[in-house]
Design a protein around this ligand. Sequence first.
Ligand code: NDP
Length: 253
Amino acid sequence: DDLPLDGAVALITGASSGIGAATARRLAREGAAVALVARRRNRLDQVACDIAKLGGEAVALEADITEPERADDMVQETLDRFGRLDILVNNAGIMLLNSALHTSIEEWDRMISLNVAALLHVTHAAIPHLIYAASTSPRQVADLVNVSSTAGRVARPGSSVYGLTKFGLNAFTESLRQELLSERVRVSVVEPGTVDTELVNHLSDTTRDAARQQIDGIEALRPEDIADAISYIITRDRRVAVNEMLVRAGGQT
Ligand code: NDP
């Protein structure tokens, strides 16, 4: 049977856990060959192995994409392995919630270097190849999906710089959308609410407990719920452009 993404190649950053891993599995199930990017080799291998077992095609690319050359390499290594690039999912991100008074400047730097700088490097390297894929693939469209957050729409205490990166990502997405629509590259943003992932593990003790309580206090989203949203966007016919999806947990204000 024909699958919606047969013949397409997808690059997913942050594919070793959470939303990225779920998205990789989902797009592979839809027929895409997937390149999985993150730092934890064993976790990437696990995802790649699961995909292969289900008859899909995956390659694990171990990299810290905050190193600019490594970010560029990811696009090149995907092309070397699969010959093209139809879909980029910019998902890798870190959320270090803290007040401006109590945070370290190093925490702010880490969010900027991953959520913004690394994303820009991967995107810049990918754009020419997405344009080429759109003009040569049977789908006649390519997709760039950015994973933002409700924190990209609503500012709250403790998320000042995380919100800065995600509000900025929304603006970046909207500009690129307009620039690339004539090239048939769709540019979209997904804004997840509270998803039960390892994202909060990076927080310091007190903020982690608060974040955990927030997740446990409601029925949080599962990574697969966001993978579902991303898959919906990517598998539309090329006449449809889902620009933005805000997906909160049912019990989330
Ligand atoms: P995870 O922590 O599970 O996933 C983050 C991913 O990014 C991991 O695969 C991690 O892999 C990767 N990553 C981190 N640093 C680097 C790096 N330097 N180079 C390459 N990869 C890196 O959390 P989520 O799945 O929740 O997060 C995914 C995205 O979703 C983020 O952008 C986050 O902001 C966003 N989001 C999450 C929400 C939530 O409630 N969970 C809500 C709204 C948005 P590794 O450590 O192996 O490098």
